[in-house]
Design a protein around this ligand. Structure first.
Ligand code: G3P
Ligand code: MG
Length: 259
């Protein structure tokens, strides 16, 4: 078992949520490298590997149904072509989202957000649901994704919404203020605290390379959760753990057990 990130910080309630509810290690895109990203198979793989938490991305179909997918276009991870935002749900649901990864996953469908959240509830997973709007649909995506997540949250599924889009997070806040939110950034901006306050967010998620130890300490001292993506190096994992970072996203399912 790896010695992994641990925080000795006393948990602080932010917006009524204890950020210590974050698992220290989160499977990126469901199952990291081991299974096709953003699929039910990926979520099962993350769980089977021993992860208590998973992250995945949600985007709207042309007719407004949230599906799990990272890119705005279908080509890289599915058998479809063109823009996700120009493709209706019935077509998205018919695509193969596993064949690109490996033969074992041929036929794995592109899942709806609803199906993914139901699986997480069944498996007892903690969820970081990243709102991934296609360009121009930021507020709509935030509102619909938060509305889809809200009943799961109300039923006890531990869940944090995050997004690079502040417009999406603001729409999520208006649609379902009770569902916790995190601001996602690449590099921590100088005005991180004002942004978190404006969004009534519980945490900041950032690229691990865009964080200094001093900034990490300041964010944690202010009572916010702090999560870093995507950490695939054991040494870096240990360093960020020593800094007290609340949670780390990884593609390396073999890192399970670090918490
Ligand atoms: O939510 C953390 C991470 O997933 C953000 O980056 O591009 O992998 O969605 P990306
Ligand atoms: Mg993501």
């Amino acid at each position: 078992m790896d010695s992994g990130p641990r925080s000795t910080r006393t948990p602080a309630p932010v917006a009524g949520v204890f950020v210590s509810a974050y698992p220290p290690l989160i499977a990126h895109r469901g199952g990291g490298n081991r299974a096709p990203e953003n699929t039910l198979a990926a979520i099962r793989a993350g769980h089977a590997a021993g992860f208590r938490g998973v992250e995945f991305d949600a985007m709207l179909s042309a007719d407004g149904i949230p599906f799990l997918i990272h890119d705005e276009t279908l080509e890289r991870t599915t058998t479809g072509r063109g823009a996700v935002a120009a493709t209706v749900a019935a077509v998205l649901a018919s695509l193969d989202a596993g064949a690109w990864h490996s033969p074992a996953y041929v036929g794995e469908p592109l899942p709806t957000l609803d199906a993914a959240l139901a699986l997480c509830r069944e498996l007892g997973l903690w969820v970081n649901l990243e709102i991934k709007p296609s360009r121009g649909r930021e507020a709509e995506t935030g509102r619909v994704v938060a509305g889809t997540a809200a009943p799961f949250h109300a039923a006890g599924l531990p869940l944090v919404l995050s997004s690079f889009s502040e417009a999406a997070l603001e729409a999520a806040r208006q649609a379902a203020p009770e569902v916790p939110r995190a601001l996602l950034v690449e590099t921590v901006p100088a005005d991180w605290q004002a942004r978190l306050q404006r969004l009534q967010a519980v945490a900041l998620h950032c690229h691990h390379a865009g964080l200094s130890q001093d900034t990490a300490a300041a964010i944690l001292a202010a009572g916010y959760g702090l999560a870093c993506y995507t950490v695939n190096d054991r040494q870096r994992l240990a360093t960020l753990g020593q800094w007290g970072v609340t949670a780390l996203f990884t593609d390396r399912l073999e890192f399970a057990g670090a918490d």
